[in-house]
Design a protein around this ligand. Structure first.
Ligand code: CA
Ligand code: CA
Ligand code: CA
Length: 466
């Protein structure tokens, strides 16, 4: 079993190398954004250098022919349209893996003067590949480079990001659903830039995982670290890898896996019917769900609890953490104290947010409302004229409620006592197919279920003959 897994891992390395060979082309240059012939940019070159040794770049042949001084030189070392700015025409940059490609410099002068040039770069020496292989059926693999560019499956879109230059993502699914073999995700990239690479595993269900982080030099594994463990649904596990090839010598330091707690709050929403000038105590159960690390540095805050024409109640809300101490897999009650001001009336919505270590946070929606006794007040009576086949729009937005808020509108188009249409919005349009002359009735509901009605007279006629 062990041997077959190692074979799989080496096959994944080789696959990643092949993918890199295909992915190695640079994107086409964008159109010149501001073609002004009297500004001239020179990137110099071509440049030749060695892995791990700084290369000096020289844009000093750039000039502005009206004599203005160039204010900045913006170099793009990996053609991703993110630039490093230098005020002098010369600077250095170091590649940590062999590279053949282009760099670009944008030259800025006073006002809008801007133009750019590209230069060819050849960096010889070893090809140094960072290769991360994850074997698991319930975990997504992500790698972020020192510029925080991402390669892996984008959690929002489901598409594959390969934002790290020349990086590749490969997924090898198991042969069949019933097979024991895990799916294998491989992310590989040339180590062009030195620095901190962040590897993130995110659990989609409770599953074991094996993670291998390796550096290959000219195709041969040079350094390899192996990690294994169990991941839970919703859990995030981080690993920092610091890598560089100073003077062509590989220097890689892998940290330890960093585990994050799982945070769950009960209830997951709070709705209080309140009286003015009273204080409410709400119990929240705070639970650690991944069972690996305790909940630490827990803080709570209440946000946005304000109603139109009422003061913000959030700042008055306080919390009793009850000597908070929640170990891995355990739970504890805490209390929120919510004072309602003497003048409060209607509804306010906000949230209680619980933060803990590792940036883990959960928000619970919070609604408070007073119980009203008055019916909604209707407004907007009048008469409407319309044409058969064209919508007639009715506006109930003048309706209001003195001790609550309007929750819903309803419409009886033929005044037969049966409601034909419900709406959350005050303006609703209706189209008659035949001529109509009669009453339309609105029903206006408040948040306590009180209802009031209003009638308008409507006349709908056939369109005038042409
Ligand atoms: Ca760049
Ligand atoms: Ca009311
Ligand atoms: Ca009706």
């Amino acid at each position: 079993m062990k041997r077959s897994k190692n074979n799989l891992r080496i096959a994944a390395f080789l696959g990643a190398l092949l993918a890199l060979a295909v992915a190695g082309t640079q994107p086409a240059p964008a159109a010149d954004p501001n073609d002004m012939s009297y500004v001239f940019a020179s990137a110099g070159g071509p440049y030749f250098g060695t892995v791990g040794v700084p290369i000096e770049f020289d844009a000093s042949l750039s000039y502005i022919d009206n004599g203005s001084v160039i204010e900045g030189y913006y170099w793009d070392w990996d053609m991703d349209h993110n630039y490093t700015c230098f005020s002098l025409p010369t600077c250095t940059h170091t590649w940590h893996s062999a590279f053949v490609g282009k760099v670009r410099v944008h030259v800025f002068g006073p006002g809008t003067y801007m133009t750019w040039d590209e230069a060819a770069v050849t960096v010889s020496g070893p090809e140094t590949i960072l290769c991360v292989v994850l074997e698991s059926n319930g975990t997504d693999l992500h790698v972020y480079d020192p510029c925080r560019r991402h390669t892996g499956v984008n959690p929002a879109s489901g598409n594959v990001d390969e934002k790290i230059p020349a990086s590749s993502f490969q997924l090898t699914a198991p042969v069949s659903d019933t097979s024991d073999s895990p799916s294998i995700q491989t992310i590989a990239m040339p180590l062009y830039a030195a620095g901190d690479y962040r590897i993130e595993l995110s659990g989609t269900r409770d599953e074991p995982f094996q993670l291998s982080v390796a550096v290959l030099r000219d195709g041969k594994p040079l350094v390899e670290r192996l990690y294994a463990g169990e991941i839970s649904e919703g859990e995030s596990i981080l690993l920092n890898v610091c890598a560089a090839c100073p003077a062509g010598q590989l220097d890689m330091a892998c940290g330890e896996l960093t585990l994050s707690p799982g945070l769950e709050i009960e209830p997951n929403q709070i709705e209080l019917t309140v009286d003015p000038n009273a204080v409410y105590d709400v119990t929240l159960l705070v639970r650690e769900t991944h069972g690996k690390v305790p909940l630490e540095s827990v803080t709570l805050q209440c946000n946005g609890l304000a109603a139109r024409a009422h003061e913000d109640l959030s700042s008055k809300v306080s919390f009793d953490l009850n000597n908070f101490s929640v170990g891995a897999g355990s739970e504890q009650e805490i209390h929120a104290r919510i004072p309602i001001s003497a003048t409060f009336q209607g509804k306010a919505t906000g949230s209680i947010t619980v933060n803990c270590s590792a940036g883990v946070t959960v928000s619970v929606p919070l609604t408070v409302k007073t119980l009203g006794v008055y019916l909604p007040v209707t407004s907007g009576a009048g008469s409407y004229q319309g044409t058969v086949g064209e919508p007639v729009c009715f506006d109930a937005s003048g309706c209001y409620d003195v001790d609550g808020y309007i929750d819903q509108y309803a419409w009886d188009w033929d005044n037969d006592g049966c409601i034909d249409e419900y709406s959350m919005m005050p303006i609703v349009c209706h189209t008659w197919d035949t001529e109509f002359s009669g009453t339309v009735t609105y029903y206006v509901y408040d948040n306590d279920g009180h209802v009031n009605t209003m009638s308008v007279e409507v006349t709908v006629t056939e369109p005038a003959a042409p």
